[in-house]
Design a protein around this ligand. Structure first.
Ligand code: BGC
Length: 390
């Protein structure tokens, strides 16, 4: 069963319109078309592929719609964003997110984290441990000697409780118990996805704990703005408002330094094709097998985009807004065609990229990085928006 409700609440509608008043470019519904002639997916997956019982809880596919004709599909399995249909330059609905037609697909490709909500700690924690108040917490090493994206069974593999708020908004909650995956504190997590009328996906993250802990939540969507299944992402043109990035060692742990991007292939302060410099002889690109680095964003707030990307064929532009200090720009370097995506396309090498808004990787082990500590009584709250226009 696909869950859709009919009426957005007034409060959400008003909040959405105030928020996006400055940049509203919604397409009239009448211009939306579905192209059924190409290999690209142009409709949301069937709900049946998502109707299961996992860990004793029901999983489903939830559908969000906006007044401009865009559609998104979300499952409470791992709070994944499964599909996102937005109009291209010709008004054709284009699925710009990589994903699968069923939960089995997401499970098989678990290590790629397509569209997943990542927690308790996004990206790597060196040597699968961290120290908090002098006490060492041991984690599961699922990425060589390190912990990646929460460990053996991160938030991406948990069944969340879902409550569809209205036709364009869904709330997902999860209780990560004290010492789950080695992290201290019962952490109550809430993620709200809203598909706004100006074709943005707004993601609000909230968390609170009963013991001091570390938290770094993000969304791990892979974008191909030409449409999932339409080949290389290397011709997408990208711009990132970052003067610095955090270089890594050979197993992708930050060295602790912040290096200037100027004069390096990491300078995306002016719009540049992803592929323009990706094969440059550069130690950091060698370590990442391409771009797989945290960009240190210039001072910003949620009202101004910190990064954008444009699909060379579709003309679809993605703008990223966030309250987070960092952006992990990952160019699908580990993609290798071993998974069959929605509609039958393979997840070939570098056919998508991720822009994961976050605190810096390994922050709990890096005293000079902004803190990811959360104390009892405090509320972790952060907003990221992926906005699409043409
Ligand atoms: C990491 C990559 C990793 C990818 C998929 C990214 O966030 O930085 O190193 O391969 O997620 O797991």
């Amino acid at each position: 069963m696909q869950n859709t409700l009919k009426k957005p609440t007034l409060a959400l509608t008003i909040a959405g319109s105030i928020f996006f008043a400055a940049c509203n470019q919604s397409a009239p519904k009448s211009t939306i078309m579905r192209d059924s002639t190409s290999t690209k997916t142009t409709a949301l997956p069937a709900a049946t592929g998502f109707e299961q019982t996992i860990d004793g809880k029901k999983t489903e596919l939830y559908v969000l719609k906006n007044k401009s004709g865009a559609e998104a599909a979300i499952t409470n399995y791992g709070a994944h964003l499964v599909s996102l249909l937005v109009p291209d330059k010709n008004g054709k609905l284009t699925d710009v997110i990589l994903g699968f037609d069923d939960i089995a697909g997401f499970q098989k490709a678990g290590g790629a984290y397509y569209g997943a909500t990542i927690g308790r700690y996004g990206n790597r924690l060196a040597k699968a441990k961290f120290i908090l108040d002098g006490k060492e917490y041991k984690l599961f090493a699922n990425n060589g000697p390190n912990t990646l994206h929460g460990g053996k069974k991160g938030f991406d593999s948990m069944v969340w409780d879902a409550k569809q708020i209205d036709s364009s908004s869904i709330e997902l909650t999860y209780l990560s118990k004290d010492m789950e995956e080695g992290f201290p504190g019962n952490l109550k997590v809430k993620v709200v996805y809203t598909l706004t009328d100006d074709n943005a996906v707004k993601i609000t993250y909230e968390a609170s704990t009963d013991k001091k802990t570390v938290v770094n939540l993000t969304n791990h969507s892979y974008f191909n703005l030409n449409g999932q299944g339409s080949g290389t992402a290397l011709n997408h043109v990208v711009q990132i408002d970052a003067d610095g990035y955090t270089p890594v060692d050979s197993i992708l742990i930050p060295t602790g330094k912040i290096e200037p991007v100027k004069g390096t292939p990491f300078d995306f302060t002016t719009a540049t094709a992803i592929g323009a410099r990706i094969e440059t002889a550069n130690e950091q690109l060698k370590f990442g097998k391409g771009y797989d680095h945290n960009f240190v964003l210039k001072k910003h707030d949620i009202s101004t985009p910190i990064a954008n990307a444009v699909g060379d064929k579709s003309g679809i532009k993605l703008e990223v807004f966030t309250e987070e200090p960092g952006l992990q720009f990952y160019t699908g370097n580990f993609m290798n065609g071993s998974n069959t995506l929605k509609g039958g396309a393979k997840d070939e090498h570098r056919t998508a990229f991720a822009m994961e808004t976050q605190h810096y990787p390994d922050s709990p082990n890096q005293p000079s990085f902004p803190s990811t500590m959360l104390k009892p009584g405090a509320v972790y709250k952060t907003v990221t928006i992926y906005k699409f226009s043409k």
